[in-house]
Design a binder for this molecule. Structure first.
Ligand SMILES: [Zn+2]
Length: 168
């Protein structure tokens, strides 16, 4: 799937450094330019976008996201280091969809929708779920991926239904 080529050091110095530095996406995530799902997201611009994409590491909460001000990928280094490999991989696919949405000028955090009904989220989850299926993952495993600590069971069911993922 992909390799993480640099080990992260979670000492105070690192925390201090991350707030002022950005890192190259392709230094940390190798091979994404060859993933069909990623090529579908960016088309012929895939290489160029991934080459220019910057990462901001922040240990403060969450897993991964997009900085709505500059389009950088935000990554929690603790998650990158110890998160489930498949979850991390699918999250990268999900966030790359948000990167494209950001580049198109789409409002990523439209507050007139709940999280699980927001069109930008549904599009991002569709790519991640499709990729999980291509990798042969079961609906049960995909549901596990969709479940996050801050999502209610009702919201999880709603999201699963939208994405045609079985939820018992
Ligand atoms: Zn999202």
């Amino acid at each position: 799937m992909f390799r993480i080529v640099k080990r992260l050091h979670l000492d105070k110095k690192f925390h201090f450094k991350v707030s002022f530095s950005t890192y190259s996406f392709t230094d940390y995530f190798k091979g994404f330019e060859k993933v069909e799902a990623v090529k579908r997201i960016f088309g012929e611009k895939t290489d160029e976008v991934l080459h220019n994409l910057r990462i901001e590491f922040t240990p403060l909460g969450g897993y991964m996201g997009v900085n709505g001000l500059n389009g950088h990928l935000i990554v929690n280094p603790n998650y990158l280091k110890s998160g489930d490999r498949l979850d991390v991989y699918l999250d990268v696919i999900h966030e790359l969809v948000h990167i494209r949405q950001f580049m198109e000028g789409t409002q990523l955090f439209a507050s007139n929708y709940s999280y699980v009904e927001r069109p930008t989220e549904i599009e991002a989850y569709r790519y991640a779920v499709e990729e999980a299926r291509r990798l042969g993952q079961s609906d049960e495993r995909i549901l596990e991926y969709l479940q996050t600590s801050w999502m209610s069971y009702e919201d999880l069911k709603k999201l699963a239904r939208t994405l045609n993922v079985k939820c018992n």
